[in-house]
Design a protein around this ligand. Structure first.
Ligand code: UDP
Ligand code: MG
Length: 136
């Protein structure tokens, strides 16, 4: 009957800094997500480098890791049917300029780097990313 799935979401420093945490959580809740785990933390650049290792050859890798470690973030496990895809839809395109109306990045994203949220891109990566932040 239920096909519940979990995904990892991060509210990035640009959004935490602008006090958008509750607005963004409300968007998740309105779409039917349960926030089953959450914590507000600040990570070291070395941890950001591990988290974003898949991007290590990209030109934006170092800036991206500086950015993710530049201030507090809110890390959450979201649960819902088809959570991974559903969250990617709600987030919108990586570049807020390309994001559709009604998406988090359209509403709150500033630029391609300061795009307010992270979301896992597959069920396999969701498991890896959830374990990365919540390995207790
Ligand atoms: N990013 C960037 N410049 C780019 C592409 C990506 O700064 O040209 C950043 C952006 O913040 C993005 C993150 O790197 O959210 C990870 O990139 P990915 O392609 O995985 O995008 P996402 O899965 O976050 O939509
Ligand atoms: Mg990605």
């Amino acid at each position: 009957m239920s096909n519940n799935e979990q995904t990892l979401s991060i509210i990035k420093p640009d959004a935490v800094e602008r006090n958008l945490e509750n607005e963004i959580k409300d968007m998740f809740k309105k779409k039917g997500f349960l926030i089953v785990k959450e914590k507000k933390i600040q990570i070291e650049k070395s941890e950001a480098e591990k988290f974003y290792k898949v991007h290590e050859t990209k030109p934006f890798y170092s800036d991206l890791c500086d950015y993710l470690s530049s201030g507090p973030i809110v890390v959450m496990v979201l649960e819902k049917e088809n959570a991974v895809l559903s969250n990617r839809e709600l987030m919108g395109a990586t570049n807020p300029k390309d994001a559709r109306e009604g998406t988090i990045r359209k509403k709150y994203g500033i630029s391609i780097d300061k795009n307010s949220v992270h979301g896992s891109d597959s069920t396999e990566n969701a498991k890896i990313e959830i374990d990365f932040f919540f390995n207790d």
